[in-house]
Ligand binder design. Sequence first.
Ligand SMILES: [Zn+2]
Length: 146
Amino acid sequence: MTVGPTGVASWAMAFGVGTLRGNGVVDHRLARRHLINEFRRGRLRQDQVCDAHPELIRAARNVGSPASIACPICEVDQLRLVTYVFGPRLPAHGRCVSTAEELEKLNARPDELTAYVVEACTECRWHHLLRVIPVGRVRGQARRTS
Ligand SMILES: [Zn+2]
């Protein structure tokens, strides 16, 4: 498997990502459900599933968008969604994108970028990768002819 910038690799590991690049959107809901079930069955301790990086929690608190569903672990707080985009000419730790406008701008770039949508709970520090979305130049897209 080819891994692009090291930033992607480290974040991907932090998020427990198996698949880094697909041809389309990669959904991680199954892996998420599995993890939650293991926790509820007592096979995983809370500190094993609630170990979000402080930076992620800060981003979730400051720029995250409300996911309108309760945290599956503590059920106290609402989950927040944070999107990070990785790729050429972006910071090694990714760019935290907080508006649709910002994402549109990145999507217009000629580079191949990858967006990671992560859910996080600012209460118990649960976090999970939800989706991996290719943004920027679309591979295989026909060039516009004038
Ligand atoms: Zn929580």
